[in-house]
Design a protein around this ligand. Structure first.
Ligand code: GLC
Length: 740
């Protein structure tokens, strides 16, 4: 069968015929084998997996990135088994492979689908040299709780931004032709609602009303499915009482019946057997029953399926159709990947690892991901003409591994260029660059070295503090209840502030941190996330004005952890706070006048606004927005209105601006957010340049799931803002009228 299949095309009808022809030949054991993925990272996998491979009892392996070993596993599967079905080889290629890109939350701060697509393409080409043909990315869980460690892997809090960037990452991984060398299958994860875990604790329970599930958490997955993502992964979490790996509503009703998804669903690591730990089942057999019935096609690293599906079938509790559907979905993806035609990997057919393009892409992604949160007195950019010395201080200035961030199994730390080295290279021959680490790591409580740091700061023209989180403080199973700067970093800031010198903070972190305790003690903040391999040169270029910061926040920064959840697209409530109902005393304290005006939705001990808003980000240029207008005051259902604005670079340097368009549906059958991002565009403007920016809004763009759970646009008035953040004030409006 393998030989004859190799010569066939992959048109949809042919694929269906090929799958059916293969399925008809498969034994039950071989079918169940395709639904099984095993870890191949321990020892020499061809030895301990050979029997399973020869018997056709394995459809995929995970965590093997040695091309010789992968080719040997494929050889056994293809040449020594009865039907010669090649393997899917899975790996977490989350934000790069050897060349590490900024963490996804950092890439999201670029607001640039093109760079996200390019970064994923580079990652796919590098991973494919090892035989990897399937990545477990993009992670498109809407994330509105910075205590959650996995916010680092996400594209942040916004439905539209996550949807657009998730699609871009799918396109980057899967390429224009999935069967081409260097294209790998993508996996939209974790389906669904994982980002809503209670208190930001990883793996915890989620309770999400169906309207919120459909209007928020499912939207990015629908976009990924519509973009042709080949696989989805179920989340570990309990979703309204039924864990995702057993959730028929998600896996059958939504994913298959409503969306028509025809790829396959893989469980998360052992999440099928964890159904028993959730308390949904009493043993592996029942877990296999629940997951298979719900629609999990492949079990990742667990044997509930292998050990129980045949018996469940024999007992008539599941049908052969359930198994055939799963196997069909899996085989279809293998055919689309061209694995039957090309089962083996020749790295020579692919570009070299960490080539010039890869590193340039990593540098550009890092450059566009850094967000300038503040720049008092325009202390930035620094100028070598005005400086004689700079003090570089902190545990993350020269930390080649830490700057890579979480989920970098295959990152090559030797490729990292740190900020300290990049600054030396850029300006070290012009000015005196002094460096004190001051803290062993970001969590240190030891302050002995602070005196040295204070000394070099006091004797330098400016102090640049490199602060934040080591990579181990973010990512899976690494949630934090206190999201201040770890260790005694705040004390270090306070000590350096006392020198009276200009203080710049460059923060590397895998989440928004609560910066309220240091924000007034520094003159400027560059938020670099974990910027990856080329984070150093990108940060150096921004510090010294080679390029202007252009990132915008993909997630809201709270003043205090107690404000969480706080995100821009909140509902208005019946008693919204406003600046005249809540008196802002200082950055921490507020006071509500003891009158009825004070009765509104806020906390007594902090201001009701965030420290930094979604979409916020400063530039070395200044941008002026004028003359917002709608092409029509009234449109009918099915029509499009164009919202325009004049944007001018009123600064002295060329720079990028991310123009953002927000909409509010004022009255609807269910309450709607006070703002929703409905358009954005990154534009480059020369000093003095004015451009007209137009966004087309179709009535479908403001559709939502209402009381009847149908995606509907309702007539009414819509407010529209355009600006450089979610706090944009310039507004117009239009009305949608029911079709005549
Ligand atoms: C992990 C993660 C998932 C990852 C998988 C394989 O537990 O939840 O995102 O892709 O296991 O490593």
């Amino acid at each position: 069968m393998n030989a004859s299949m190799a010569n066939q095309s992959s048109a949809p009808d042919d694929i269906a015929e090929r799958v059916a022809a293969l399925l008809a030949q498969m034994t039950l054991a071989e079918k169940i084998g395709q639904m099984r993925q095993l870890n191949a990272s321990e020892g020499y996998a061809p030895h301990y997996l050979a029997d399973d491979l020869k018997a056709g009892r394995l459809g995929s392996v995970i965590n093997i990135v040695d091309v010789g070993t992968v080719n040997e596993l494929q050889r056994i599967a293809v040449e020594e088994s009865r039907l010669g079905i090649p393997l899917l080889v899975g790996r977490d290629v989350i934000h790069g492979f050897k060349t590490v890109m900024p963490i996804p939350l950092g890439q999201a701060a670029s607001w640039n689908p093109d760079i996200v697509r390019q970064a994923a393409r580079v990652a796919a080409l590098e991973a494919a040299t090892t035989g990897v043909n399937w990545t477990f990315a993009p992670m498109i869980d809407i994330s509105r709780d910075p205590r959650w460690g996995r916010i680092a892997e996400s594209f942040g809090e916004c439905v539209l931004l996550t949807s657009k960037l998730g699609v871009a990452m799918v396109e980057g991984f899967q390429g224009d032709q999935l069967s081409a060398a260097g294209s790998i299958a993508a996996c939209a994860k974790h389906f669904a609602g994982y980002g809503a875990v209670e208190s930001g604790r990883d793996y915890a329970t989620t309770n999400i009303p169906e309207t919120k599930l459909r209007n928020v958490y499912l939207r990015p997955f629908k976009a990924a499915v519509d973009a042709g993502v080949m696989t989805l992964m179920t989340s570990f979490s309990d979703v309204n009482g039924i864990p995702a790996s057993a959730n028929e509503f998600l896996l059958r009703q939504v994913l298959r019946d409503e969306w028509g998804f025809d790829g396959f669903v893989v469980s998360d690591w052992d999440s099928v057997r964890q159904l028993q730990i959730h308390g949904l089942t009493e043993n592996d057999k029942e877990s296999a029953f629940e997951a298979a019935r719900a629609g999990v096609d492949m079990e990742m690293q667990g044997d509930a399926y292998a050990n129980n599906l045949a018996e469940l079938l024999d007992e008539g509790r599941i049908s052969i159709d359930t198994i055939d559907r799963a196997v069909t979905n899996i085989i279809r993806v293998k055919i689309r990947l061209g694995l039957f035609e090309e089962s083996f990997t020749d790295p020579e057919k692919l570009p070299p690892i960490a080539n010039e393009h890869a590193l340039a892409t990593a540098r550009k992604a890092a450059l566009q991901s850094v967000v300038m949160l503040k720049n008092d007195r325009a202390v930035l950019p620094l100028s070598v003409d005005e400086l004689k010395s700079v003090a570089i201080i902190g545990p993350l200035a020269d930390a080649p591994y830490q700057q890579l961030g979480t989920w970098i199994f295959d990152g090559d730390v030797n490729l990292s260029i740190t900020p300290m080295h990049a600054i030396h290279s850029l300006v070290g021959h012009d000015i005196d660059v002094r460096y004190v680490r001051a803290m062993e790591n970001s969590r240190s409580r030891a302050t002995e070295a602070f005196d040295d740091a204070v000394e070099i700061a006091a004797s330098s023209d400016v102090a640049i503090l490199f602060l934040g989180e080591e990579s181990i403080l973010s990512g899976e199973a690494h949630s934090r209840a206190d999201i201040n700067l770890p260790g005694d970093q705040a004390e270090l800031v306070r000590r350096i502030r006392q020198t009276g010198k200009p203080v710049i903070a460059v923060i590397l972190a895998g989440r928004p941190l609560t910066l309220t305790n240091i924000v007034d003690q520094v003159d400027a903040i560059l938020y670099a996330w974990h910027p990856g391999t080329m984070g150093g040169p990108a940060i150096a270029d921004l510090l010294f004005g080679i390029e202007s910061p252009s990132g915008k926040l993909p997630v809201t920064f709270p003043r205090l952890v107690g404000q969480i959840p706080i995100y821009y697209s909140q509902k208005n409530s019946g008693k919204p706070p406003s600046h005249d109902t809540v008196v802002h005393i200082d950055d921490i304290h507020t006071r509500a006048p003891q009158t009825s005006l004070g009765m509104s939705a806020f906390h007594l001990d902090t201001h009701f606004t965030p420290l930094f808003a979604f979409g916020h980000g400063l530039s070395y240029a200044t941008f002026d927005y004028q003359n917002i207008r709608a092409s029509a005051q009234e449109i009918s259902m099915g029509d499009t209105v164009t919202i325009s604005v004049e944007l001018t670079n009123t600064g002295k340097v060329a720079a990028d601006e991310v123009v953002q368009l927000y909409v509010r549906d004022l009255v609807a059958s269910v309450t709607r957010p006070v703002r929703e991002l409905k358009g954005f565009r990154r534009l480059r403007l020369e000093p003095g340049q004015t451009v007209s920016v137009n966004f087309d809004l179709h009535t479908d763009d403001v559709a939502f799931y209402g009381r009847n759970m149908q995606l509907t646009t309702e007539p009414g008035v819509f407010h529209v803002w355009i600006g450089g953040s979610s706090e944009a004030q310039m507004r117009t409006e239009f009305r949608i009228v029911a079709s005549a």
